[in-house]
Design a protein around this ligand. Sequence first.
Ligand code: DI6
Ligand code: FE
Length: 417
Amino acid sequence: MFSEKYDSLWINAHLVTMADTDEYGIIKDGAIAVRDGRILWVGPAKDVSPEVKLNADRVEDLAGTWMTPGLVDCHTHLVYAGNRSNEFEMRLKGADYQAIATAGGGITSTVRAVREASEEEIRQQSLPRLQAILADGVTTLEIKSGYGLDLENELKLLRVIKQLEAHTPARIVATFLGAHTVPPEYQGRPDDYVQLIITSILPEVVNRNLASAVDVFCETIGFNLEQTERIFQAARDKKLAIKLHAEQLSDSKGTVLAARYQALSADHLEYLDPEDVPALANGGCVAVLLPGAFYYLNETQKPPIQALRAAGVPMAVSTDANPGTSPVLSIRSMLNMACVLFGLTPAEALAGVTKHAAQALGLQDEVGTLAAGKVADFAVWDVSSPVDLAYQLGGNPLRFSVMGGRKYDPENCCTCD
Ligand code: DI6
Ligand code: FE
């Protein structure tokens, strides 16, 4: 126990700590004490003596609700301009994603929209998406660049990400995805574009401190292994963390490369060969599952969940929020799809949007569990058990979230003016 003064005591909630266990780590009738934006103590409410209770500046009665760690959406592309619902319609009429991409649609069409838009327009268009994600209990999220694909426009996107970060209490991690696709002006010259990234764009991103990680789309319609490795080497030289879009549409062996570079995560993994799973485990990488992209592309090839589970690879789950393959702004619906489409248990799925997602961002010491010393980020839910979070689609059982010990006010937040 503790005896000193502290800011707030949250009582009368069942705590889903996600700490020190493979399951939920539930503390029924729990209490949580917060000081200076961090969790000071977590435990059963009966262990809080009346004297200690008096030391709280504020006591919040949570009326029998359930509290989880604030959710972490560890893979999004939500800063962009324009809309691609036309491609959704084209796919439903028979066109396939790769054919649309090869014909200048797909990522390239969003690149055109971003290049035409001002920083302010991109921010205005991205803000409602951020607000929607936060309304689902997310308190930490990653946002990638990757729709600018030249110096000016990649910096523009990363600046918008920084502005959003500065004006919301949520924690936002920026990732540089310059190697998302080959831009039109480099068509047929992918190596030259990789060179531009390494010699010009990446150094500026680092000089301006606009990203903490790099990511690459390693794929037949993206970048090959050799090009990916050149970017990884440059990132390593600059001390940036590494992430990879790997094995989404084909088995390109990106995962093995990512593991060799001890990437924070390898993401998608539908076509991952189960034989490559031990490499992932040895590299200490998180497997980030993106069921929204699988669902929208009407994929049938599923990630090798059983092999990942057996090898003890931490599995995260994320929205992949993007205008093409996953126009998804709800992490809770991804909990459901990770269970129904990929066969995760509800507890595995919840770990996927809390502690494992935190690890995919290198933030496992800061967020992702309810434990003493972590940032006081929680989500408070009107549910009857944590299984409900994955069970139900639609509605919004979130009562409110707490970021750094303060209640998040969706009405009065994320205004960048
Ligand atoms: N894989 C994806 O699913 C997204 N990016 C990627 O590398 C798709 C992005 C888009 O279609 O705009
Ligand atoms: Fe993605």
